[in-house]
Design a protein around this ligand. Structure first.
Ligand code: ADP
Length: 189
């Protein structure tokens, strides 16, 4: 299992688990949100284009996001495998990813879906706002917008992966270690 996606709503712990999976499997974790934030901080051209969307909790346009990922997947460190965190986020991006992978001559092995209920997610995001200082976690309207987009855009994409038999669900509630143990079991199963 070397080419995988981790999906789940905001606050489900994707980023934390992505780092652990990446260490344990020795594959690179690529998080589109982290790449956007780094570019916004560095005031690059990409950052300037992405900023208004990220600040509002909207999706950065597919064309921009797809190009970014295609470039990132061409780096040497992604040749032996990768874990994508935060991409794809809708059916268009998923279709584009399929095309990229077919050009590279590789297949997707697994889509890990982390689940958690909305109440728990909102609590976690508020806590994260205090710890990490992310602007998009500090504003309740922006949090709501991101969770809405997860339901309207990302959920149908996950359903499609389920239909293709690629998705596995893992309960995201509990300690980081417990959730990670469930994930590693699911990967090895
Ligand atoms: P979260 O999952 O908590 O929203 P991320 O770090 O994954 O956090 O994403 C932060 C923001 O970056 C998103 O709200 C969105 O504006 C942008 N973003 C990240 N990934 C994508 C993507 N695949 N497509 C479009 N926008 C994205």
């Amino acid at each position: 299992m070397t080419r995988m996606l981790i999906v789940g709503p905001q606050g489900s712990g994707k980023g934390t688990q992505a780092k652990l999976i990446s260490e344990k499997l020795g594959i690179v974790a690529i998080a589109t949100g982290d790449i956007f934030r780094a570019n916004i901080k560095g005031e690059t051209e990409l950052g300037k284009e992405a900023k208004k969307y990220v600040d509002a909790g909207d999706l950065v346009p597919d064309s921009l996001t797809n190009r970014l990922v295609e470039d990132r997947l061409s780096w040497d460190d992604a040749a032996g495998g990768f874990l994508l965190d935060g991409y794809p986020r809708n059916r268009t991006q998923a279709a584009t990813l399929d095309e990229m992978l077919s050009r590279l001559g590789v297949d997707l092995d697994l889509v890990l879906e982390l689940t958690a209920d909305t109440e728990e997610l909102t609590q976690r995001l508020k806590k994260r706002a205090e710890i990490e200082g992310r602007d998009d976690d500090a504003d309740e309207n922006v949090i709501r917008r991101r969770l809405e987009l997860f339901e309207s855009e990302t959920r149908p994409m996950i359903d499609e992966y389920k239909t293709r038999g690629l998705a596995k669900q893992v309960d995201g509630l509990g300690s980081v270690e417990d959730v990670n143990a469930r994930i590693m079991a699911a990967i090895q199963a």
